[in-house]
Design a protein around this ligand. Structure first.
Ligand SMILES: NC(=O)c1ccc[n+]([C@@H]2O[C@H](COP(=O)([O-])OP(=O)(O)OC[C@H]3O[C@@H](n4cnc5c(N)ncnc54)[C@H](OP(=O)(O)O)[C@@H]3O)[C@@H](O)[C@H]2O)c1
Length: 331
């Protein structure tokens, strides 16, 4: 698989990563099975994937334990990205950015991951009660202590402060503050054919500073793969059951986007899928971009890894640019 470098310290990873979250969190929980997921991680590594994206809150904790089982056997094949700063309670997820907590969280992640160093340690969410510089300073000390190789900021939950404002205005302000304390190696934020907000300012901000960009939800939470049926329903605790783009009506209304990806895929051969086109489009947004498609199924992880070899033509890109804007949003 093509390799990409992220960050000023030039960390080297396979161009496509593996989002491990669906193995223990969020989607179709009744289908989450540890041994099957472990096989998926191995299949992805065999296919050239190196970046495994997890977080202490996925599960909580069980996703890191699962990744740790794979790392124990083949640490040198993997680049592990995990996150701290969000605590899962009975009813809510709350941020905790206190330095003492960050130090304890890192030690606990190292134990669960069965490794002595985390390649990329991300702040999952800034704590509104703690100046972000304080949290970031504590994370920087983990680099000095040799427990972490590089730091990242996760901006997946960004919401525009007001309608029409740049979604990532607040993220960029935060990035500029923490850059004063210690270099940011990567930013993780949503980027896909149907969620292109990061292209406006966040992606160029990263490119201009040699900061890597991990594209979360590059498959539109599964929608862009064309394998979800409008009205098919979701399990009660699956976030898509409450997501405005996943009502039966909006899933039907957004089918022209999937149809467009299918047309592009067909031009590249019968075995090429809409998911691979969606990933190739994300990869094409910049040399500093690494998509991290989530998958618990081995066949998806392998299919997604193969997207690194797919080159979209000018005709493909024109067709994707002309696709209708998605219907249904959080605003
Ligand atoms: N969602 C968030 O809030 C969030 C936040 C921060 C970071 N991230 C990171 O970003 C990663 C990716 O985001 P995501 O997992 O939320 O969304 P995603 O990658 O857009 O979509 C994942 C979903 O698509 C399905 N899928 C994957 N490849 C497929 C293929 N080739 N054909 C058909 N279906 C396929 C998966 O099914 P199966 O599960 O059945 O395999 C999974 O349900 C996460 O895993 C996580 O590491 C996500």
């Amino acid at each position: 698989m093509e390799r990409r470098t992220i960050g000023a310290t030039a960390l080297d990873v396979g161009a496509i990563g593996l989002g491990c979250m669906p193995m223990s969190w969020a989607y179709s929980r009744s289908e989450q099975r540890g041994d099957r997921s472990l096989r998926t991680v191995h299949a992805a590594l065999d296919a050239g994937v190196s970046l495994l994206d997890t977080a202490d809150m996925y599960g909580p904790f069980t996703n890191e334990l699962l990744v740790g089982r794979a790392l124990k056997e083949r640490r040198s094949d993997a680049f592990v990205s995990t996150k701290c700063g969000l605590l899962v309670g009975d009813q809510h997820v709350v941020a905790n950015g206190r330095p003492g907590y960050v130090r304890r969280a890192c030690d606990a992640s190292l134990r669960r991951l069965q490794t002595d160093v985390i390649d990329l340690y991300q702040l999952h969410r800034a704590d509104p009660e703690v100046p972000v510089e304080e949290t970031w300073g504590a994370m920087a000390e983990l680099v000095s202590a040799g427990k972490v190789r590089a730091l990242g900021l996760c901006a997946v939950g960004a919401r525009a402060a007001r309608r029409g404002a740049d979604l990532h205005e607040g993220t960029i302000r935060q990035l500029e503050r923490i850059q004063q304390v210690f270099p940011v190696t990567a930013v993780e934020a949503e980027l896909s054919v149907w969620s292109q907000e990061a292209l406006a300012r966040l992606l160029p901000w990263c490119a201009a500073r040699g900061v890597g960009f991990l594209a979360a939800m590059p498959l539109g939470n599964g929608y862009l793969t064309g394998t979800l049926t409008p009205g098919g329903g979701f399990e009660r605790d699956d976030p898509r059951a409450r997501h405005p783009r996943f009502t039966a009506e909006m899933m039907a209304a957004n089918q022209p986007i999937v149809a467009g990806l299918r047309r592009v895929a067909a031009r590249h051969g019968a075995e090429v899928t809409p998911a691979q086109v969606a990933l190739a489009w994300v990869l094409g947004r910049g040399r500093h971009v690494v998509p991290v498609p989530g998958a618990k199924q081995e066949r998806w992880a392998v299919e997604n890894a193969r997207a690194a070899a797919l080159r979209l033509t000018a005709e493909d890109l024109t067709e994707i640019a002309a696709l209708p804007a998605p219907r249904g949003s959080w605003d």
